[in-house]
Design a protein around this ligand. Structure first.
Ligand SMILES: Cc1cc2nc3c(=O)[nH]c(=O)nc-3n(C[C@H](O)[C@H](O)[C@H](O)COP(=O)(O)OP(=O)(O)OC[C@H]3O[C@@H](n4cnc5c(N)ncnc54)[C@H](O)[C@@H]3O)c2cc1C
Ligand SMILES: NC(=O)c1ccc[n+]([C@@H]2O[C@H](COP(=O)([O-])OP(=O)(O)OC[C@H]3O[C@@H](n4cnc5c(N)ncnc54)[C@H](OP(=O)(O)O)[C@@H]3O)[C@@H](O)[C@H]2O)c1
Length: 366
């Protein structure tokens, strides 16, 4: 059984300037330690298992810690996939659809809620498919497009009867100078309450949350890549469960072009107020901020400000990293980690492979 404790859907998040600037964040007591040991040595003192070790040829070196076997999330019970396919989709109803970026933002992003009557059972981190109305240029039904689910499994109304999405309207100018509108994103952003929507899925197991309520969950999002993390964070901070009480650290990095395109900022502010020791949020506003070298503030640039702390967290066996959004962010993040790991004689790319194998490095980029 679960209950929503603060299910106020806060949808106009972007009309003000960001509240959690890096300075404000650095001033926050939670930023100094967040209740977690800051170093591997401190971690050992606190009885945490540390996963990173430089490869040593010294026979007298202590043996590598034996890793506890975790149950793979891919085997997790109760995760439904592909209940609905394009030929027999679930027909949901749009309950609300709101633009959540300000009018002066570059591009529009909408938050929408669909009624499912509980017939599309999903877990945090899954996606659904949407088949837009109408036919393609060959007279065939449109192909489905995938969208990360932006609500927790309980849904925005806490009754497990809705599913929410966070969708960016795709509009671009092609090589011929014509303005082209993306089929499905425009269909979704234009949906009016009461309209039907063809839903497939749910799909995906890559982004399922760790079960450990004491885990450190590092969430890296660009733009609408925030969707699965809103879903995680509602479960972690707004809802009550008998078998899950989050008491670890959730650390969100969100990259957007302008402060007017920040997504769900008010909700994240409420979470921070509710659980200051357990939640950190850092925004990277690429077209308004730069680092000391004058480089554009991408998510990886913001992460670099905390690189030593992040590296220490990444050595813990119960730290889980999730990345969602633009493909380009992955490479930028590797670039920060490579020298950090190398300082300790660790090959980052090998290390990342190990993290991936133990489901501590989870990526859904596009
Ligand atoms: C697992 C997964 C989860 C996703 N989750 C989300 C989500 O939560 N929210 C979200 O908004 N999107 C999400 N997406 C993206 C989504 O599936 C669609 O791809 C997106 O909405 C565009 O679809 P469309 O039908 O509007 O565009 P389409 O009509 O499919 O047009 C897209 C095509 O237009 C072309 N194109 C696009 N931009 C340009 C450009 N600048 N110049 C030239 N050509 C261009 C490309 O060929 C591209 O393939 C996700 C994708 C995946 C794989
Ligand atoms: N599960 C998934 O796979 C999934 C889920 C949701 C969304 N998506 C995809 O994620 C993308 C998000 O786009 P959006 O339009 O919503 O975002 P957006 O609002 O345009 O924001 C993206 C941010 O990332 C920055 N950025 C650009 N290149 C980058 C790079 N190489 N490294 C780090 N940051 C970079 C952008 O900066 P500048 O623009 O200033 O350069 C901007 O600040 C879309 O392609 C969407 O389809 C995928």
């Amino acid at each position: 059984m679960a209950a929503v404790t603060a299910a106020a859907v806060s949808l106009r998040s972007s009309t003000t300037t960001p509240s959690c600037s890096s300075k404000a964040a650095a001033a926050s007591p939670s930023h100094s330690h967040c209740g977690f040991p800051r170093t591997a040595a401190a971690g050992r003192r606190h009885g945490l298992r540390i996963r990173a070790q430089a490869v040593s040829t010294d026979a007298s070196a202590p043996p590598e810690p034996v890793k506890e076997k975790k149950v793979s999330k891919k085997q997790e019970e109760g995760v439904v996939t592909n209940k609905y396919r394009p030929k027999e989709p679930y027909v949901g109803k749009c309950l609300l659809n709101t633009k959540i970026t300000a009018d002066d933002a570059p591009g529009e992003t909408w938050h929408m809620v669909f009624a499912t009557d509980g017939e599309v059972p999903y877990k945090e981190g899954q996606s659904i498919g949407v088949v837009a109305d109408g036919l393609d240029k060959n007279g065939k039904p449109h192909k489905l497009r995938l969208y990360s689910i932006a609500s927790s499994a309980l849904g925005d109304f806490g009754d497990s009867k809705t599913v929410s999405l966070c969708v960016k309207r795709l509009v671009y100018t092609n090589d011929q100078g014509e303005v082209v509108k993306g089929v499905c994103s425009n269909f979704l952003c234009d949906l009016k309450p009461g309209a039907d929507v063809n839903i497939t899925g749910p799909v995906g197991k890559e982004m399922l949350m760790p079960k450990d309520p004491n885990a450190t969950i590092i969430m890296l999002a660009t733009g609408t890549g925030i969707a699965p993390f809103r879903s995680f964070l509602w479960k972690m901070f707004f809802e009550k469960y008998e078998d899950y009480k989050f008491n670890g650290l959730g650390w969100l990095f969100l990259g957007v072009p302008t402060s007017s395109s920040l997504l769900y900022k008010e909700e994240f502010g409420k979470m921070k107020a509710k659980a200051p020791e357990n939640f950190r949020v850092d925004y990277a506003i690429s077209r308004e901020e730069t680092n000391a070298e004058g480089q554009k503030m991408y998510i990886q640039t913001k992460m670099a400000e905390y690189k030593d702390e992040l590296w220490e967290l990444l050595k813990k066996d119960n730290t889980y990293v999730y990345m969602c959004g633009l493909k380009g962010m992955e490479k930028g993040i590797d670039e920060i980690m490579i020298p950090l790991a190398a300082k300790e004689g660790i090959d980052w790319l090998d290390y990342r492979k190990q993290l991936k194998k133990s489901e501590q490095w989870n990526v859904e980029v596009y």
